[in-house]
Design a protein around this ligand. Structure first.
Ligand code: FAD
Ligand code: DLZ
Ligand code: SF4
Length: 510
């Protein structure tokens, strides 16, 4: 039993990893871990109820895991009288109580929290050690070095470096299969007759039941359905969920990565970002398991490469951009869009079948897959000129995997092009034809995807051309947009007029 505390180790809610640098540097016999459920963290946006329940339950299970391996853990629950509201106040109280020699913390995922921790150096009377977060492959400073001097940042080149650095899917210094990227094989639309694996579900245990009751009581008015709650909240269950994905879904992950089907929220996606982002799963380890499945001929190369690219490519790349560009990044608004978020982002009350489907499953599951986020809700926001900051806050609230370091560059950069093309090479803007090609939503929609203008026309169509019309002076020189700008400019003045009127009439009704 520990009598005095040498160092105080603060473990944040998304640092649920036993090999975390702050824990690896510590000594269970002499140091004390502090974890806290806090008003500020549970409300800095109005998180989805399932997201809060998931994280608090995972935190409580992790505290038990640490205690079982010999650590002394002070765990403050949200409803405890000693809960102080913020990291700063909670740490101050613990320092006052234990009088530790040092405070140790692994680098947080968010700029807001890093600024707070850095301020503690002046605020508290003890040294504050901020250790690197080695759960990522690329450090912020290595990313800065990679980015420095490049005319354009492109994920594809970064990704190749990550492949070389990790040795994943490499034959010597060459990519397995002779190509770095098999995305061209990954654009299949899904038929309704496909067999759909489902993510592994876990029944809530007693700890989770307590958390669910707490969340219902405290956050009953937040967006989202709390029940049924089926996320894994322990490392063992998250690993089992990932193993089930590898066995049942990974082989078709590549083929149907971009597909969307009504009533099928998950298709062949892994549904593990929430586990990776809070530290229950290790990104490099899971990529190695995917490579093993490929080398054992259990999954094709386009699936294995596609999956590994998302994790060591996109995930690391967006984090690099986040730390390179914060704190200013959050305010970027290249197209000067200011329209408020329509209510249907919360209520799903809209005649647009694609948006209704994406928002309904978001409310039910705190999950939508990448193409729904990018090409349905994100695409609509871009075309309708919604305020990118409001869009960012929506994405940060509603998904169980949402943390600012990963959500912000995806929303502001990839989806809204609000950084003017720093992250993505072109705006992800598309008309209804794209959604129709990749989904079965349009068949049951009140609108007609084949019509460009008029009251029955799919709103994405007029909005798309209207976006091209208003944005062409800013994006017309982008080689990937020039063709669409030229097409628009070849429309007759009457057609251009009809597009403008249809778009304006729709936006006026929002
Ligand atoms: P899969 O499709 O099975 O992919 C496997 C893994 O690859 C994911 O678990 C994830 O860790 C990683 N990955 C895939 N694409 C990306 C990407 N673009 N950026 C970073 N990692 C990626 N991802 C988050 O983790 N948190 C977010 O808050 C988030 N917000 C997003 C907001 C928008 C507007 C968009 C367009 C994308 C966002 N993404 C976010 C990226 C991506 O949509 C999710 O990672 C993915 O849908 C999670 O589901 P999955 O685990 O089934 O992923
Ligand atoms: C997201 C979140 C929530 C909802 N609640 C807590 C919490 O109560 N306590 C905590 O330590 N962390 C929480 N988090 C995660 C933090 O917000 C996260 O650590 C920071 O965003 C830094 O990435
Ligand atoms: Fe969405 Fe348009 Fe298709 Fe309706 S017709 S589902 S609004 S893309």
């Amino acid at each position: 039993m520990q009598t005095t505390t040498r160092n105080l180790i603060l473990v944040l809610g998304d640092q649920l990893t036993p090999t975390l640098s702050s824990l690896a540097a510590g000594d269970p016999a002499r140091d004390r871990v502090l974890m806290a459920e806090l008003d500020e963290e549970t409300t800095y946006v109005r998180h989805h109820k399932k997201k809060i329940a998931f994280l608090l339950s995972a935190m409580r299970h992790f505290a038990d895991e640490l205690r079982a391996s010999g650590w002394s853990v002070d765990y403050v629950t949200l409803d405890a009288p000693e809960q102080c509201g913020s990291f700063s106040a909670q740490v101050e109280k613990a320092i006052h109580h234990y009088r530790p020699e040092r405070l140790v913390v692994t680098m947080p995922g968010e700029w807001r929290v890093l600024a707070m921790i850095e301020a503690w150096r002046a605020q508290f009377s003890i040294p504050v050690d901020i250790l690197p977060d080695d759960r990522f492959i690329c450090t912020p400073s290595a990313f800065r070095t990679w980015a420095t001097g490049r005319k354009q940042l492109r994920m594809e080149y970064f990704y190749r470096d990550m492949r070389r650095q990790t040795g994943l899917l490499m034959d010597g210094d060459q990519p397995v299969g002779g190509r770095w990227n098999f995305d061209a094989d990954n654009r299949k639309a899904a038929g309704v007759d496909l067999f759909m694996p489902r993510p592994k579900t876990c029944a809530p245990d007693a700890i989770t039941q307590d958390v669910l009751a707490l969340v219902e009581k405290r956050f009953g008015d937040h967006f989202g359905d709390l029940h049924p709650f089926w996320f894994a909240v322990t490392r063992a269950d998250a690993e089992a969920a990932f193993a089930a994905f590898v066995e049942h879904a990974l082989a078709q992950f590549g083929d149907f990565q971009d597909a969307m089907l009504a009533q099928e929220p998950f298709l062949y996606h892994s549904v593990i970002a929430q586990y990776m982002n809070c530290g229950l799963l290790d990104p490099l380890h899971i990529c190695k398991q995917v490579e093993v499945a490929y080398r054992a001929n259990r999954v094709p190369l386009n699936a294995a490469e596609g999956f590994i690219r998302q994790v060591i490519g996109w995930r690391e790349y967006v984090r690099g951009i986040y730390w390179l560009k914060m704190p200013g990044y959050v305010h970027e608004n290249f197209f000067d869009h200011h329209r408020p978020l329509p209510d249907f982002y919360w209520t799903a009350k809209t005649d647009m079948a694609c948006i209704k489907e994406a928002v309904t499953q978001t409310r039910e599951q705190a999950y939508a897959h990448h193409i729904q986020r990018l090409m349905v809700t994100g695409n609509f926001a871009l075309l309708a000129g919604l305020d990118p900051h409001a869009v960012h806050e929506w994405y940060l609230s509603v998904y169980a995997d949402a943390y600012e370091w990963v959500e912000l560059p995806n929303t502001l950069g990839m989806s809204q092009f609000a950084d003017g093309g720093l992250l993505a090479s072109k705006p992800y803007a598309a008309s209804g034809a794209y959604i129709n090609r990749m989904s079965n939503y349009c068949g049951s929609c009140a609108y007609d995807v084949a019509q460009r203008t008029g009251p029955k026309a799919c709103p994405f169509n007029a909005l798309y051309w209207n976006f091209i019309a208003r944005a062409r002076h800013r994006i017309g020189t982008n080689p990937r947009m020039a063709q669409m700008v030229r097409t628009y400019e070849r429309f007759s003045p009457e057609e251009q007029q009809r597009i403008e009127e249809s778009a304006a009439a729709f936006l006026a009704r929002l």
